[in-house]
Design a binder for this molecule. Structure first.
Ligand SMILES: [Zn+2]
Length: 379
């Protein structure tokens, strides 16, 4: 592991310059051409490492990069199932963000839109794979999959991610670390929309004829918010509401958008049942709900814990202690873990400010984490 660490330190400059190229290719999820251009950069890098590269074209969202690194000699192969290294190249930042958040190295950090989440992670993956190849230690196929729509829930890439994951023995997700820790559990995510229809009426002249949709919605907001169970880790948060036309009109319409986080897969059915059973208190109003669980939870499975324990052992050989964390945020690791594939997440950047102005990566951790990833690819 010490040799890997020295190797990762030697590669830090090229890792940073690759990251810089990826960050300069701004790639908001909504801009297919921009994401495709960023994906093409990573594809070129993978080709330079002799990967067999397949770009999965997408119609609306960014293309997917699938790069396969296969052991040359059958004799050196362990015959194990491939390892999937998973990440995304889209970001939450619109084109032009670089003007106010330039890509630069300063104060021991690399700054820039999407640097931490997760272009550094993609560059770390390519660098760790390069190290494994150069050391002649590739004994198990590695599949690097970089998607282009993760930040908007992976609507287009999910089937491909799941199909590839099913053929793999382990999934390493290059999302940022949680503080200094790898992630072994993530909550599942649900999105629901509640729409209430009432009856419009003049608030002064015909008050009794009206059925107030906003009042009815307020009751529904209270009801669903009450399903939160902090002890269990289940949360229901109404994030956006709207409704009404004018203050002197009894409103005929109101709606709310609801964020649901579930720690366990069994909670999904419960939530679906409860939302479906929402009924108006005022019979003249109607309540319609749509939505559902968009990401299943990544539960802390035995296989994932085994991966984490291996990572912790290798980290201690590198001279640092690796923490384990869980989070309420989702990633594509949710999909692979839900299929029962051991999935270790948070293997990318250490830094702070994902999705925020101060998004930045701590340079001190780059080489050790890249070495750790390389170790995980060969042990
Ligand atoms: Zn991310």
């Amino acid at each position: 592991m010490r040799a890997l660490l020295a190797g990762a330190r030697r590669k830090q400059t090229s890792l940073l310059s690759l990251t810089r190229r990826l960050v300069l290719a701004e790639s908001p999820s909504s801009d297919k051409r921009a994401v495709d251009a960023c994906v093409a950069l990573a594809a070129a890098q993978a080709r330079s490492l002799d990967a067999s590269v397949r770009v999965h074209p997408q119609r609306r969202f960014g293309n997917l990069l699938e790069a396969r690194f296969t052991p040359h000699r059958a004799t050196s192969s362990t015959g194990g199932k491939p390892i999937l290294v998973l990440g995304h190249l889209d970001t939450v930042w619109p084109i032009g963000t670089l003007k106010t958040m330039p890509c630069r190295v300063r104060g021991g950090r690399l700054w820039g839109p999407g640097a931490m989440d997760m272009k550094v992670g993609a560059a770390m993956a390519l660098t760790a794979i390069e190290m494994v190849l150069e050391a002649g230690l590739l004994r198990r196929e590695i599949v690097l999959l970089l998607t282009g729509d993760e930040e908007i829930g992976s609507p287009a890439s999910r089937p491909t991610t799941e199909a590839i994951a099913k053929t793999c023995g382990a999934v390493y997700v290059m999302e940022p670390a949680q503080g200094l820790a790898y992630k072994t559990a993530r909550k599942g995510i649900g999105d629901w929309r509640i729409e209430v229809k009432g009856i419009a009426a003049h608030a002064g002249v015909d008050f009794e004829k009206g059925a107030n949709a906003i009042r009815e919605l307020a009751r529904a907001v209270e009801t669903v918010s009450g399903w939160t169970n902090r002890k269990r880790g289940l949360t229901v948060s109404v994030g956006v509401i709207g409704g009404g036309a004018a203050s002197n009109v009894v409103p005929a319409e109101a709606w709310a958008e609801v964020d649901v986080r579930i720690p366990r897969a069994v909670d999904a059915a419960l939530m679906v049942r409860r939302f479906a059973a929402l009924k108006p208190a005022d019979p003249r109003c109607s309540v319609a709900v749509s939505g559902g669980i968009s990401r299943p939870p990544m539960e802390r499975s035995r296989g994932t814990v085994r991966l984490f324990q291996k990572a912790r052992t290798l980290a201690s050989e590198l001279g640092f202690s690796l923490g384990e964390a869980s989070t309420g945020g989702g990633s594509d690791g949710n999909f692979t873990a839900a299929l029962g594939i051991p999935t270790l997440d948070g293997m990318g950047a250490v830094g702070e400010g994902a999705h925020a102005q101060h998004e930045s990566v701590f340079l001190d951790h780059l080489a050790p984490r890249t070495a750790l990833l390389a170790g995980m690819l060969i042990h």
